[in-house]
Design a protein around this ligand. Structure first.
Ligand code: ATP
Length: 321
């Protein structure tokens, strides 16, 4: 028959579920420039992916549907505002197909914790749907879709360690010289990222220095920090970590100061708020020291949950054969 001689379809959709695994991130440097006229802030954002993961499973369905499991599941929307759903819709639109997929999210990344959980799910949905639909989207196109979905989504796709400029979406991968051991203190309740940026602007205005791009120096990556990542030296990295959003997160959630102190007392080399918070991140000398910091934090009663994880970790990866 004529159909037997046609070239194979460029698309070879699979019908069995496809699962992608995506890491959380910690910002080892978050330098925040002045508020731009469009309301965003230019950043020098050094990301490190860490081994705390969400999984996104894509299965063919009659229509787009999202389900979520995990402790924080009640706080995650299951309508089309879920970033994973938005990612599937954007990928389908790019290829002129219907986003008929069931996305099941197994959530282990704290929600609204400053660890880019929603961004991870978006990146996971993109690679899982791309494999499910056989759309073979190029890496460049996937990165462009990611940047449209959110400032942190491109990093969730690439993982490892990277410098983000612009809003954080213009990425330069960074080589790292070793594994860094972290402890994360998860707080009760989240902090809204836009609210933390607004508080950062408010605090800058309050000091009289101003909060616009004309008032605040352009954010620049720290050479000492990039060198510490490159050599894999935790003590040097600890001396160089900074987060310009930390004063704002502490202003909105003063109790975080006690969490930071508890980790430092437990032997952490560095204690800082992760991104926009309220998760606090603690860098330890090695895996054993990380356990000690975790034990001290758990005993302190200053946080909801304590997790250990090391980085760098790979970006969004399809795990089903
Ligand atoms: P970032 O570190 O990138 O600022 P975050 O880790 O602080 O982000 P998220 O966990 O991404 O915050 O969630 C922020 C808000 O986004 C949540 O309160 C939730 O309402 C909404 N949201 C939409 N989709 C998701 C998703 N797939 N997972 C978690 N939250 C989502």
């Amino acid at each position: 028959a004529a159909s037997d001689t046609r070239p194979p379809s460029p698309r070879s959709p699979v019908t069995r579920p496809v699962t992608a695994r995506v890491p959380a991130k910690v910002n080892v440097q978050l330098a925040v420039g002045g508020r731009r006229p469009d309301g965003f802030h230019d950043l020098a954002n050094v990301f490190l992916a860490v081994g705390l993961h969400d999984e996104v499973t894509a299965t063919p369905a009659e229509s787009l549907r999202v389900t979520v499991e995990g402790t924080d599941a009640p706080h995650v929307p299951t309508d089309h505002t879920n970033l994973a759903a938005r990612a599937a819709i954007a990928l389908a639109a790019r290829h002129g197909i219907a986003p008929d997929v069931h996305l099941h999210i197994t959530k282990d990344i704290p929600v609204a914790g400053g660890m880019a959980g929603g961004s991870a799910d978006a990146a996971g949905a993109l690679v899982a749907c791309d494999a499910l639909w056989g759309t073979k989207t190029s890496r460049t196109e996937l990165l462009a879709l990611c940047a449209d979905l959110g400032s942190d989504v491109p990093f969730s796709l690439v993982g490892g360690a990277a410098l983000g400029r612009g809003r954080g979406e213009l990425l330069t991968p960074l080589e790292t010289g070793g594994t860094f051991h972290w402890v994360f203190a998860v707080a009760d309740g989240g902090l809204s990222t836009p609210a933390v940026y607004r508080e950062c602007d408010r605090l800058r205005e309050e000091t009289g220095a101003g909060a616009t791009v004309d008032d605040v120096p352009d954010p620049e990556p720290s050479e000492a920090l990039l060198t510490a990542l490159h050599t894999g030296d935790p003590a040097a990295l600890a001396a160089a970590v900074t987060n310009d959003l930390q004063p704002a997160a502490l202003s909105l959630r003063p109790a975080l100061a006690e969490t930071l102190r508890a980790g430092a007392d437990g032997g952490a080399l560095a204690s800082l708020v992760s991104g926009s918070g309220p998760t606090c991140a603690f860098l330890a000398k090695d895996a054993e020291a990380a356990q000690d910091v975790a034990t001290a934090l758990a005993a302190s009663g200053t946080c909801r949950t304590v997790r250990t994880a090391s980085g760098p970790a790979p970006g969004a990866t399809v795990t089903t054969p």
